[in-house]
Design a protein around this ligand. Structure first.
Ligand code: GLC
Length: 449
């Protein structure tokens, strides 16, 4: 397939040459070079105009992530690391606006005009994008020797109908953040069951040391499905039946799990009713402001909690697996974003080159250190610097790797909306069984149809 070559506009050239990386010289050079690419023209000191003229330009659309750096800066590092490809980054909303990110990608990919060439996709969209023929199979580029460098479960999550249609980027999972100091003062250990969490939270609230007990995400959004999967699975239940052909959202275990979530607001009162309008960030803020002993959230929170600039809880936060119901097992929802190549791209080779760099060990380490995004390569998990800066990642490696997926179906976009709407109504009204019955009927008609 011929590559599309472009001469850069002065603006694009400026963008290509501007380095916003905050890394110090040696480690930045290492980041640029370590991924196994030829040293960039910058490192070689070539004139920029000569370097930029023959580049293949590709577009890369991704949700935006927060951390010490932006995705744009990482993309910039790739642009500087080599002289053949120039990536133009199209920033989509953050992953918490999952429906919007999904919609933006679907609109683009359905046009089949090759734009964006490369994109990132939430793990729950892989089946849909592959099933629609929008994601290019990557098998010939990433063979067994490469695939074996990733966690096997994640390669499996990137595989649809026997074809690898996505390349792992970062893995995410729900976890329990807790305040070490408040628990110690209360003579408590990190809770293993939801009952224990409730008792400790209530005690700390009563002592006046915290305004809230437990912060979670109950907004009618994708994250509600994640919190739900965790609660239900920690009671031994699931959203779909094992064969995936019907819903099981109204069985006893699921109903009890949603009842627990409802009770955190209305009975035990460990959670404010505000959780019903909170996604990730609004729930994170009161925690890092020191107002609650417990928070359910993703891995990105740790670095923020440890950042003196905005956190009141530096060195006071521990992270453990989420609690479970008596007789159940802790469950974390599998999250994370993966790379995909548009099946209609006219720039296959350039897209593969970029993808390879973005998913390389060095870039994954960089994402972990700068943006708190957990690696999908076991070898990167073991990195000593990562262990020092974000110790919880290594401690919780089995939680990341053993996380529970949301329903895997090409119809996930419809399934999630049915879950979000039904569970949201259940949490607002308290008519748990009736709302879950209704939602379950919808889910069954979607997955069975
Ligand atoms: C996180 C997860 C993603 C999930 C989203 C929900 O970004 O990585 O899988 O869908 O949160 O808000």
């Amino acid at each position: 397939m011929p590559e599309r070559h472009t001469r850069l506009s002065p603006e694009a050239e400026a963008a290509a040459s501007a380095s916003k990386l905050s890394l110090p010289g040696p480690s930045r050079r290492k980041f640029l070079q370590g991924a196994g690419f030829a040293a960039g023209a910058l490192a070689l000191g070539l004139p920029r105009r000569a370097r930029a003229a023959d580049r293949t330009e590709i577009t890369f659309a991704s949700a935006k992530f927060f951390g010490k750096e932006t995705i744009a800066q990482v993309v910039d590092a790739y642009n500087q690391s080599q002289s053949k490809v120039l990536v133009k980054y199209v920033e989509l909303p953050p992953p918490s606006s999952s429906t919007e990110v999904h919609q933006a990608l679907v609109q683009q990919l359905a046009r089949r005009n090759g734009t964006p060439d490369v994109f990132t996709q939430d793990v729950v969209w892989i089946a849909e994008f592959a099933g629609a023929g929008w994601a290019m199979p990557l098998d010939e580029y990433y063979k067994d020797d490469v695939r074996s460098q990733y966690f096997p479960g994640l390669i499996q999550a990137c595989t649809y109908n026997g074809k690898l249609t996505a390349l792992p980027w970062h893995v995410d999972s729900g976890m329990l953040y807790y305040r070490k100091d408040l628990l110690e003062a209360a003579g408590a250990k990190p809770p293993q069951t939801w009952d224990e969490l409730t008792t400790i939270a209530q005690e700390i609230q009563k002592s006046g040391k915290a305004d809230f007990g437990y912060l979670w995400q109950g907004k009618q959004a994708e994250v509600l499905v994640c919190d739900l999967v965790e609660a239900i699975a920690s009671n031994g239940g699931s959203i779909l039946t094992p064969d995936g052909k019907a819903g099981s959202l109204n069985d006893e275990k699921a109903v009890a799990a949603v009842q627990f979530l409802y009770d955190t607001i209305n009975k035990s009162k460990i959670s404010p009713s505000d959780v019903l309008s909170w996604d990730e960030e609004p729930s994170r803020q009161p925690f890092t402001a020191g107002r609650a002993p417990f928070l359910r959230n993703w891995s990105y929170v740790y670095a923020i909690a440890q950042d003196k600039a905005g956190s009141s809880v530096v060195d006071k936060v521990g992270v453990v697996p989420l609690p479970h119901f008596a007789g159940g097992k802790s469950a974390a929802c599998l999250g994370g974003y993966q790379y995909g190549i548009n099946a209609a791209t006219k720039n296959k080779e350039a897209a593969v080159d970029f993808l390879t760099w973005m998913s390389s060990p060095d870039t994954q380490l960089h994402y972990a250190l700068q943006l708190g995004l957990a690696p999908t390569r076991p070898a990167v998990f073991e990195n000593a610097q990562l262990g020092k800066e974000q110790p919880f990642m290594q401690q919780l490696q089995s939680v990341f790797v053993g996380a529970t997926p949301r329903p895997v179906t090409p119809k996930y976009a419809q399934v999630t909306l049915a879950i979000q709407s039904g569970v949201s109504k259940a949490l607002v009204s308290g008519n748990i069984k009736a709302e879950l019955d209704a939602a379950n009927e919808k889910i069954t008609s979607i997955v069975a149809g």
